[in-house]
Design a protein around this ligand. Structure first.
Ligand code: BGC
Length: 811
């Protein structure tokens, strides 16, 4: 394609330009044949390729075989930028082979609550860690000349009512917690695309949020790539393009293209705004098309890489009396269905048809560990659990060690709905508890995509957390249990003692319309460490089969200057007798501030490998921004003059060394101190309206009013309508059944649960825009009419609204 995009644009008709700003179908962009503009294909993401043929509709689980790499819940615990780059590199290679131009990932949303059903696709509760790992992943993929889609921008921190929920967040929190990972990834790695999320922020849909998209993302951060919508996330097409949301996905069957054309014609949309978007899309097509040459990749090698990444990411949470690794000749009883049928990924749009799956059983056999096996519980039939438990309890005393695999079954966490409890299934907890009653050497292996409660943690000898470790996680687990690889992951999220221990618990997932982020900056360890509240396992925690000693903290200067970044050096020595890898964490504490401030915040980290007895010096770099907060009055990042503490730590609760550095403000601004409030001494008491107004002075909580029959519009969901419309209740029932039948799945199949939940809670408008023109706007109007009680008029509207979607042929 000609690199002179402007001259191509000059030759395009208005219809062609508007058309290029939406997909041709579910996964392909449009081409403009006469001008030599080819089509490109995008594909999920984020931890494997879900390449789907068109026309599969809701069948998320039907896609080409691909490597299922460990999910972000696992890889985040590696704290290893190089490893994420390698993962991205492998995915990029696969995408090129599959002729995919954009991989829809990474998932960079913050884990505001452990209950978010999609946490397994996200990295961390900490924005710096999430941002740095996302950037590395993006660099890895994009070195192949194809793109990534940094998602879901932004504040898409829950699945409940995800298509319409309004995230109420004060600007400082938005900047310092929820936007920061995106800012880091955009500035460090320039993702070719960003995916605008479904939700609203402070009353406006992100997909048409001028301030977030134009002013912050483009004007402030300098982002020049394409912003595409999440699938069906465009609420109003004209405002969304004005906000610089370039590409609507998937196709809306021409409906929104027509709106763009009409808006240019009637003068409500400046054609130059459309041209800007077209230029960005042309550049994306041009850059990536040439790279998607096709070919093949070495599936065995990528499977092995997946295994190695899983092993580098797992977290050893407990190892009393150095119980692990397994010693030669031990009599081992392996328990738990998950040892045979591994849980290694989550459901929804990230679901991968794995090329092969390695269970822990196979992994242990490979290592020559002989063991007997019992399922311990039944994943499908709860009635069998009592019998299975009895068999385990009877057999266990005959063995030196019991390895017990528990975790969250697939139906507990998925895209499309949130968890309601952090507990493991009762039969899993009971199995561990009862085993701990009768056996002194129990090793627990955990598989799940988010933090869980571990009430029995102190009663077992060892706990190895694999998260959702991809298709080879069973093999990786065996590598770790046998000591072939030394565990080196550390938690990227806090494990609390109880579900309600975090202040967000009271406000998550909000009501039917709004989710108030009342806890402000106090997400994860920022709360727990400030309140000095006990936790099960702190952020950044993880054990190794060796030990490390930290010494000799040195700073390159005693004061931060603008010209030179501050170099922080520390020496780490392996004091044990196994080769191991340590993650060195650097937190900054601002002891005196006019603003409310979390106890400390992660600002740098490094992972190093050390042979027994070996020492290495780790160097980390800080700059002025590392000491800044976002000031809403001056609308800028500000530093206050004073002394700051640099903490070198093995976890957020294990600070090994401290030093002080002084920072001089560029210009002294008189800041009024934050008044005493919940934020200056956070705890688990409710955060009053008055306190929340300190962060959001203009916010008024409105009572939730669900429209009644007769008042519905396309912005209402079927579940809203079902409150007063019998027809809506009927439609919900039929749709649930229809989904199960068409997916040939039981009702607790998580992919099926996701589709049903999305259908139930999406505004009718979103059902229409994500239907690729099959459910037209007129049909949506007809449906709303029917729900409003005008059955025949609505039915007539639906029939009239039916049209054949116009599709463009692929080149
Ligand atoms: C998900 C995205 C995904 C897209 C395409 C959406 O429902 O939120 O993460 O990339 O579907 O499958």
């Amino acid at each position: 394609m000609d690199k002179d995009y402007r001259s191509i644009i000059a030759s395009m008709t208005l219809e062609e330009k508007a058309g290029l700003c939406s997909g041709n179908d579910m996964w392909n962009l449009k081409n403009v044949e006469r001008l030599g503009v080819p089509t490109i294909m995008v594909s999920d993401g984020p931890h494997g390729l879900r390449k789907q043929a068109n026309g599969l509709g809701v069948a998320v689980n039907q896609s080409a075989d691909a490597i299922c790499f460990p999910t972000a819940s696992a890889t985040a615990c590696s704290w290893d930028k190089e490893l994420l780059r390698t993962l991205g590199d492998a995915l990029g290679e696969e995408a090129v082979a599959e002729q995919i131009a954009v991989v829809l990932g990474p998932g960079t949303n913050i884990k505001r609550s452990a209950l978010c059903g999609r946490n397994f696709e996200y990295f961390s509760e900490d924005p710096y860690l999430a941002g740095m790992l996302s950037a590395a992943f993006i660099q890895g993929v994009q070195q192949h000349g194809i793109g990534t889609s940094l998602k879901h921008f932004c504040a898409n921190n829950q699945e409940t009512y995800r298509q319409s929920i309004d995230a109420i967040i004060d600007e400082r929190t938005l900047r310092e917690i929820y936007l920061l990972p995106y800012e880091i990834a955009v500035k460090d790695a320039a993702p070719m695309t960003i995916m605008a999320s479904y939700n609203k922020i402070n009353g406006t849909y992100v997909s048409q949020h001028r301030r977030i998209m134009r002013e912050i993302l483009r004007d402030e951060w300098g982002y020049q790539g394409v912003v595409m919508s999440d699938w069906g996330a465009v609420a109003q097409r004209v405002p969304s393009i004005q906000a610089s949301m370039d590409l609507e996905m998937p196709s809306s069957g021409g409906m929104n293209d027509e709106k763009l054309v009409n808006a240019v014609r009637d003068g409500s949309l400046d054609e130059s705004v459309l041209d800007e978007s077209v230029e960005r899309i042309l550049r994306l097509i041009d850059t990536t098309h040439a790279a998607t040459v096709g070919g093949s990749y070495n599936k065995e090698a990528h499977d092995a890489l997946s295994r190695s990444i899983a092993a580098q990411s797992a977290v050893l949470l407990r190892n009393a009396q150095q119980s692990l690794p397994i010693r030669a000749g031990e009599r081992v009883l392996l328990v738990g269905e998950m040892a045979r049928t591994p849980r290694f990924q989550g459901a929804g749009s990230s679901f991968i048809n794995a090329t092969r799956i390695t269970s822990l059983q196979e992994g242990l056999r490979e290592h020559g560990v002989s063991f007997d096996y019992l399922p311990g519980y039944d994943l499908k039939n709860e009635n069998k659990n009592r019998k299975e438990l009895q068999r385990v309890l009877k057999a266990a005393p005959r063995y030196d060690r019991v390895i017990c695999c528990v975790g969250l079954p697939a139906s507990y966490e998925a895209e499309g709905f949130d968890r309601t409890t952090m507990e493991l299934p009762p039969c899993h907890n009971q199995l561990v508890e009862r085993l701990a009653d009768i056996h002194s050497n129990v090793t627990v292996v955990l598989s799940m995509g988010s933090a869980v409660l571990l009430p029995w943690a102190d009663r077992v000898r060892a706990i190895l957390c694999m998260y959702l470790g991809g298709q080879a996680s069973g093999g990786a687990c065996a590598d770790l249990l046998t000591g072939a690889i030394n565990p080196s992951g550390k938690l990227a999220e806090t494990f609390p003692l109880a579900q309600d221990d975090a202040p967000s618990a009271r406000y998550f997932p909000g009501n039917r319309r709004r989710s108030e982020y009342r806890e402000g900056l106090y997400v994860g360890y920022r709360y727990f460490d400030t309140a000095n509240a006990p936790v099960r396992y702190p952020f950044g925690f993880g054990l190794s089969y060796t030990t490390f000693e930290y010494s000799d903290l040195r700073l390159s200067a005693t004061q931060i200057s603008d010209d030179e970044p501050l170099q922080v050096q520390v020496t780490v020595r392996n004091t044990g007798d196994a080769i191991g890898r340590e993650i060195v964490q650097l937190y900054v504490k601002d002891p005196v501030s006019s603003r409310y401030m979390p106890e400390h915040q992660l600002k740098a980290f490094e992972k190093i490998e050390l042979a027994p007895g070996q020492s290495k010096t780790v160097t980390m770099t800080l700059n002025r921004r590392s000491f800044a907060f976002y000031d809403v009055d001056t609308k800028d990042w500000q530093v206050e003059s004073g002394d700051f503490e640099i903490q070198i730590a093995a976890s957020s609760r294990d600070i090994r060394l401290r030093a002080t550095v002084s920072v001089q403000a560029r210009q002294e601004i008189a800041f009024a101190p934050t008044p005493q409030s919940w934020y200056t001494a956070p705890d688990l008491t409710p955060i009053s309206d008055e306190d929340f107004r300190l962060l959001m002075p203009d916010y008024e909580d409105q009572p939730v009013v669900i429209p009644r029959k007769g008042e519905f519009t396309q912005e209402d969901s079927i579940c809203d309508m079902a409150q007063t419309s019998g027809l809506a209740r009927f439609v919900l029932k039929v749709s649930r059944l229809g989904t199960q039948i068409s997916m040939r799945a039981p009702k607790d199949d998580p992919n099926c649960m996701m589709i049903c939940e999305v259908f139930r809670t999406s505004p009718v408008r979103a059902l229409s825009t994500s239907s690729q023109g099959m459910f037209t706007e007129k049909m949506a109007d007809g449906l709303v009419d029917m729900m409003n009680g005008h059955f025949f008029r609505g039915l007539g509207g639906i029939l009239k609204g039916m049209k054949k979607p116009k599709k463009q042929k692929k080149n």
